[in-house]
Design a binder for this molecule. Sequence first.
Ligand SMILES: *Cc1c(COP(=O)(O)O)cnc(C)c1O
Length: 396
Amino acid sequence: MIPYGRQSIDADDIAAVVAVLQGDRLTDGPAVERFEAALAEATGAPHVVACNSGTAALHLAAMALDLGPGDAAVVPSITFLSTANVPHHTGAAVRFADVDPDTGLLTPETLEQALARPGPGTPRAVFPVHLNGQVCDMAWIAAVAERHGLAVVEDACHALGGGARLDGARVPVGAATASAAACFSFHPVKTVAMGEGGAVTTRDAEMAARMRRLRTHGFTRDPALFQADAQAFDADGVPNPWYYEMAEPGHNFRASDLHCALGASQLRKLDRFLTRRRALAALHDRALAPLAPRLRPIPRGPSEDDGWHLYVVRIDFEAVGRSRAEVMRALAAAGIGTQVHYIPVHRQPFYRALDPDLHLPGAEAYHARCLSIPLFPDMADADVDRVAGALAEALG
Ligand SMILES: *Cc1c(COP(=O)(O)O)cnc(C)c1O
């Protein structure tokens, strides 16, 4: 079976994890800081807070922006569930935005439409999603956000290694120059694998410090932050050795040293992974060209460079005369895994019940045609031809 995506693990990744197992610290140890430093280097962000999933990364950012009851967060409907669930869990209302029907990306126009639509809560944040590795038009989104007083949190889970064009220069995804923070996932299908893992990048030192506290229950051992002086300090003003203090409740969102050692080892190969993903995408482009117009790759959007998380094609199932389920089953029978990224989140029963009449035609059109086909660094060139052959057959 050729899956639609999978991790690439080499001997050096295994050795990095084994070294942690043989050492003193399985968690809260030096591998966490090493991973954070490596991601800071890869993204150009001055502050990186590692955590145990992309969902936790989004949650830390939302909490550090004080998103909560009375607020609304704008989320594009074509995304993974967590981009919407996170603001919901903070108590904010989720204001779904439509997307470009061809790229699936939030655009300045669909953001404006979502803001103009009446709904619960005052819009305070927007979560642009760099879908499939294509980077949203961050200059415009930042401009719209500024006009409306919104904090921008990039869901960059698909886009590690990608780049935006800002003020005429290439800015790596995660540098967070046009946002408050960017959030990454290191789930095994993402470009870099930690098993489970995530991180937030930001340029805001105070926000980073708060997210570090929130990822470990919200407590601190920093005497400069202690408020309850009588408990914290002895008569000479020396901090008591047992003392820790919590000013606001957080979570256990920590990433262990095992996970971070794997992540740091993987990050060393990011350039190689991206080069291979790009090369395979170009091979897919060529192999699939004869299937147009019934099947076309999604057009390239406003990215400076793509992160190439997924290779997505748009299929005109009506013209083909076969349903997507039939095509997916035929491909599976030929040993080829595919997936649909994503079901519009506003159509999930939970969100549908909150806003039954919401209709987002761009998201519906994108969803109706999309299919993610295999793309991962260890895929062979010959696999590309196998996928194209099976697709040609499945489309009849
Ligand atoms: C993977 C993903 C997430 C969640 O990441 P986890 O590590 O699985 O929690 C959020 N948003 C998008 C767009 C993703 O692809």
